[in-house]
Design a protein around this ligand. Structure first.
Ligand SMILES: NC(=O)c1ccc[n+]([C@@H]2O[C@H](COP(=O)([O-])OP(=O)(O)OC[C@H]3O[C@@H](n4cnc5c(N)ncnc54)[C@H](O)[C@@H]3O)[C@@H](O)[C@H]2O)c1
Length: 269
């Protein structure tokens, strides 16, 4: 059986760890040449080395337009095409140094920073991917938004707003490409509670980490946090030609979290 991404060139941002790393590993296993980018260079280089000859790593800060421009040209020069872009790099503002993230106390500076990394980067990624893919027969852009882009998150307001912007821009890009006759699809992924390093500031590393994970899992209908491959396999579907009629959708990966609501009626036992 042929591999699902045989012959394709995929660019994955934020690929030094977490979801980006897993997406790169799964895409490479399915035959893609993977271009990994991140600001954590030694970790990113190590991931590329682990994947092997099919992987290349480049430094890229996704909030800087000139870095998108330069890398797009580099990829086109080296491979002659780009088939898949995964706008995955993202932050939630809890990395340290950004202060409170709630609507009352967050600073304008930290609000702008979170939006620059999450939503400005999505705008830039889509813009340069359209440029690179518009002559292609099968372009696929995947924007890694979040469950937080679909609901309010009082303790991470900039994150939620930036992820909502990614969700909406995905649909504008999808329709724009259809209107222009470009064969580029654009879809968003909406994961929730996937256990990756983004959770470290929330979970800590001490003895309470496991208890905190269990408390999060308790609120999820499937009673567990997600694993990186829960997201990577969804990205694989959207990246492959199996999803050739799918554009502008939002695919939720949340263990059932958004399927229901609190205060739902139930019969007293
Ligand atoms: N893990 C989850 O529960 C979850 C849920 C919903 C959405 N997401 C989204 O999935 C994506 C990946 O998250 P993750 O869980 O793997 O997080 P992570 O923190 O493990 O990985 C994010 C990666 O992005 C990189 N990055 C940060 N700022 C960057 C910049 N300016 N330029 C380039 N790279 C940068 C980091 O260095 C890191 O390698 C993010 O967009 C995140 O918002 C994650």
């Amino acid at each position: 059986m042929s591999k699902r991404l045989e012959g394709k060139v995929a660019w994955i941002t934020g690929a030094a760890q977490g979801l980006g790393k897993e997406i790169a590993v799964v895409f490479a296993r399915e035959g893609a040449t993977v271009v990994l980018t991140d600001i954590k260079d030694s970790e990113g280089q190590a991931v590329a080395k682990e994947i092997g000859a099919q992987a290349l790593y480049f430094h890229q800060d996704v909030s800087i337009e000139s870095e998108w421009k330069e890398l797009t040209e580099k990829i086109l020069e080296k491979f002659g095409k780009l088939d898949i872009l995964v706008n995955n790099a993202g932050i939630n503002g809890f990395e340290g140094g950004h202060g409170p993230q709630d609507p009352e106390h967050a600073s304008l500076e930290s609000w702008r920073h979170v939006h620059a990394v999450n939503s400005d980067s999505t705008f830039l990624g889509c813009k340069y991917a359209i440029y690179a893919m518009k002559k292609s027969e099968h372009g696929s852009i995947i924007n890694v938004s979040s469950r937080s882009g679909l609901v309010g998150i009082p303790g991470a307001a900039a994150y939620a707003s930036s992820k909502a912007s990614m969700r909406n821009h995905t649909k504008s890009v999808a329709l724009y490409c259809c209107n222009q006759g470009y064969k580029i699809r654009c879809n968003s992924l909406h994961p929730a509670a996937i256990l990756t390093p983004i959770w470290d500031p929330t979970l800590g590393s001490g003895p309470h980490r496991e208890k905190k994970i269990a408390a999060i899992a308790k609120d999820i209908p499937m009673k567990r946090m997600g694993e990186p491959d829960d997201v990577a396999y969804a990205a694989l579907y959207l990246a492959s030609d199996e999803s050739k009629y799918v554009t502008g959708i939002e695919l939720i990966l949340d263990g059932g979290l958004l399927a229901g609501a609190g205060a739902s009626p139930h019969k007293e036992e």
